[in-house]
Design a protein. Structure first.
Length: 314
């Protein structure tokens, strides 16, 4: 199904297309598309119906998207909202009509457990070590998971020693990339072979950060590592931005810390959407549900929906 977001994403990926020609061919009022790109207009079902055959003519294909964004969710610090962000940002994007795959690259398996896959028989590790196809579990519409558990931890050394081991995740993603619009990789709280593999396989990374002094410690090492991977192995790797998580803006210490982060990390994009502290998020993970299923009206659901809209709008 063609959606407003898919049209905007296609046009941004194909800047050489003339908007006025497309408008004429699809019989849309002039400036409809330029206003959609700037966020001043939402395409309605009549616009979308007119546009569909025209975009197909210019290369749009609902079912293959070789330019799917592959985004690692990283921070070597533990408990800063990586898994929560992977799970709920992914779900929000799937609700916006994007096809989303989540890949669990953490041997803690928190992402897989949160989606009800506790002891997956087929898991990511088999793709990394044996070159098998990535195991895909269908969770909901437009929302798939490649699960992991503790078994992944034992692959550490073998993967480090294997020729091109760090490229194995990238190789495993390549054949299925076209089936998705967004692939998120949930990374472990360490700068190890699994995080490296994720960065090598990605087009971008998203750093979750809690506005606490301890969370900022070593953050420069993280950005150094990302830059090294980009400069040496994966020239495509972009820093999508920093997402502030578990924020309680009633706390002065959080407000001060956010100002400090904006000042000291001003070279990087910091998403304007802030994820507030919200007990429903914690509860939803225990209930093995995403936040939209568990509490659709909660602050957590609102924040992750807003983040998805922000991420997909550029
Ligand atoms: N916005 C939030 N409000 C309240 N609790 C949250 C929020 N975000 C995450 N949590 C809770 O904080 C804990 C840590 O979050 P999460 O597991 O996403 O972090 P992580 O960075 O993936 O941790 P690890 O490094 O161990 O993988 C979880 O119990 C989660 O439910
Ligand atoms: Mg995690």
């Amino acid at each position: 199904m063609l959606t407003h977001e898919k049209v905007v994403s296609f046009l941004k990926q194909n800047p050489a297309l003339s908007l006025s020609v497309l408008e004429k061919e699809a019989q849309l009022p002039s400036s409809t598309l330029s206003k959609s790109l700037t966020g001043d207009r939402q395409l309605n079902s009549k616009h979308l119906a007119g546009l569909y055959p025209i975009l197909v003519k210019y290369g749009f294909n609902e079912f293959t998207n070789p330019r799917a964004k592959i985004i690692s969710v990283v921070n070597h610090k533990g408990g800063v909202g990586k898994t929560t962000t992977t799970l709920n940002l992914g779900k929000a994007l799937s609700k916006l009509g994007y096809r989303v795959l989540l890949i669990d690259m953490d041997s803690q398996g928190n992402l897989s457990q949160s989606l009800g896959h506790d002891n997956p028989e087929k898991q990511v590790v088999q793709s990394l070590l044996k070159g098998e196809q990535l195991p895909i579990c269908h969770i909901a519409e437009n929302y798939d998971l490649a699960p992991s558990d503790l078994e992944l931890a034992y692959a550490d050394l073998e993967l480090v020693q294997a020729v091109g081991g760090v490229n194995q995740l990238k190789n495993a993603i390549a054949p299925i990339r076209g089936q998705y619009d967004y692939i998120f990789i949930d990374c472990p709280p360490a700068l190890n072979i699994f995080t490296n593999s994720a960065l090598v396989a990605s087009t971008g990374c998203l750093v979750t950060l809690q506005p606490e002094a301890s969370a900022l410690k070593g953050v420069n090492n993280l950005f150094d590592r990302i830059t090294q991977v980009r400069d040496r192995i994966n020239y495509e790797l972009a820093i999508e931005g920093i997402v502030l998580t578990m924020v309680d803006s009633r706390l002065k210490v959080h407000r001060d810390m956010i100002d400090y982060i904006k000042g000291s990390l001003s070279n990087f994009k910091i998403f304007s959407t802030i994820i507030r502290q919200n007990v429903a998020i914690k509860e939803s993970q225990i209930a093995q549900q995403d936040i939209f299923e568990y509490a659709a009206e909660s602050n957590g659901a609102q924040d992750y929906f807003k983040l998805a809209t922000e991420l997909s709008s550029y």
